[in-house]
Ligand binder design. Structure first.
Ligand code: NAD
Ligand code: UFG
Length: 333
């Protein structure tokens, strides 16, 4: 019995592969490497001492995907594959709709053909749009996403809910990630953004490495304790563990269920900068810049449902996220 990880060479997929292999699962990876490196499967094997077979394919290619199901007894799928850059999705919306929606539809069809009934989907806190209050819980309405990337997540959630409603044998878990950061403590796996990073943590690590001059803090006039934006940063290894718990849940529950994966704690941009400085003994030069278009002032997860039903809690501190991010930055060139 194997778990197929689409997008398994990517940032979150690779960390999840390590967790699954370490827990005794067999994994198969499928990735077209459009945003990852072919070296990643080898690093997963190096870390775990177990095989991580990789199929280089586009998940939209039904014939190639079928080959995976023919050659392996795929018992469950974790569907990470997708494009995720918010800004690019505004510039190239059709690319995002075509890639993210088609990949999911093709996957669902192939899964049905091979009687595979368990699916974990990488969704995002972005599906809540501009939430009416914080912390955000799973009963709050979804919608009002401000960009095509977010709308692909919303549409895929809806597709999966419909698929689960029509097939009582299907088990779907929608995992709504908050802000994944950090890297494997070995320094062998992490996220390597293309070009100028959009996200806070990789930007900070590039400033620390001298690649960028200073951090632009987008807005210091938000209605938050220090005026900067507040988010729920979660260590990617904690997030990876959440996928194990979701797989176990899906084994015993039918239908579709959504879970927030966050720590339940919000930190401001300045909190993150100061934690990074403390954890690594460095100073991060910063400049206050105007607010970034489309940013919300503050949101973080209500993580109670995942604690109660998945028996999952985060364990790693903000300092640990910062230390591991910096180790990876120094190793990844
Ligand atoms: P990532 O880009 O590192 O990983 C995605 C992987 O999917 C990449 O290796 C890419 O090459 C692959 N891929 C993309 N389209 C494909 C296709 N059609 N066929 C085969 N492979 C394909 O991203 P990540 O940060 O690991 O994110 C994983 C998932 O989690 C994505 O669906 C993303 O939208 C979602 N997510 C990420 C975040 C985040 O901040 N990182 C937050 C919320 C949700
Ligand atoms: N920020 C800066 N300077 C930077 C980068 C970010 O001040 O150079 C601030 C932002 O304004 C925000 C916070 O840092 O207040 C976090 O920003 P990120 O870009 O790291 O993360 P976001 O919360 O904006 O977006 C992330 C993912 C999206 C996902 C969203 C919701 O990047 O894909 O979370 O889950 F949709």
């Amino acid at each position: 019995m194997a778990v197929l990880l689409t997008g398994g060479a990517g940032y979150i997929g690779s960390h999840t592969a390590v967790e699954l292999l370490s827990a005794g699962y067999q994994v198969v990876l499928a990735d077209n490497f459009c945003n990852s490196s072919p070296q990643v499967p080898r690093r997963i094997e190096q870390l775990t001492g177990k095989p991580a077979p990789i199929y280089q394919l586009d998940v939209r290619d039904a014939d190639a995907l079928e080959q995976v199901f023919k050659e392996n007894q795929v018992d469950a799928v974790i569907h990470f594959a997708g494009l995720k850059a918010v800004g690019e999705s505004v510039e190239r919306p059709l690319l995002y709709y075509r890639n993210n929606l088609d990949a999911t539809l093709t996957l669902l069809e192939v899964m049905a053909k091979y009687s595979c009934h368990r699916l974990i989907f990488s969704s995002s806190a972005t599906v809540y749009g501009d939430p009416e209050r914080v912390p955000v819980n799973e009963d709050m309405p979804v919608g009002g996403c401000s960009n095509p990337y977010g709308r692909t997540k919303l549409m895929i959630e809806q597709i999966l809910l419909d698929a689960a409603a029509a097939d009582p044998g299907l088990s779907v878990v929608l995992l709504r990630y908050f802000n994944p950061v950090g890297a494997h403590p070995s320094g062998l796996l992490g996220e390597k953004p293309n070009g100028i990073p959009n996200n806070l943590m990789p930007y900070i690590t590039q400033v620390a490495a001298g690649i960028r001059d200073h951090l632009n803090v987008f807005g210091n006039d938000y209605p938050t304790p220090d005026g900067t934006g507040v988010r729920d940063y979660i260590h990617v290894c904690d997030l990876a563990e959440g996928h194990l718990r979701a797989l176990e849940y899906a084994e015993t529950h039918r239908g579709a269920e959504a879970f927030n994966l966050g720590t339940g704690v919000g930190y401001s941009v300045l909190d993150v900068v100061h934690a990074f400085e403390r954890a690594n003994g460095l100073t991060i030069p910063l400049v206050f810049a105007p607010r970034r278009a489309g940013d919300l002032p503050a949101y973080w997860a209500d993580a109670e449902k995942a604690a109660r039903l998945l028996n999952w809690r985060t364990r790693r501190s903000l300092e640990q996220m910062c230390a591991d991010s910096w180790r990876w930055q120094r190793n990844c060139d």
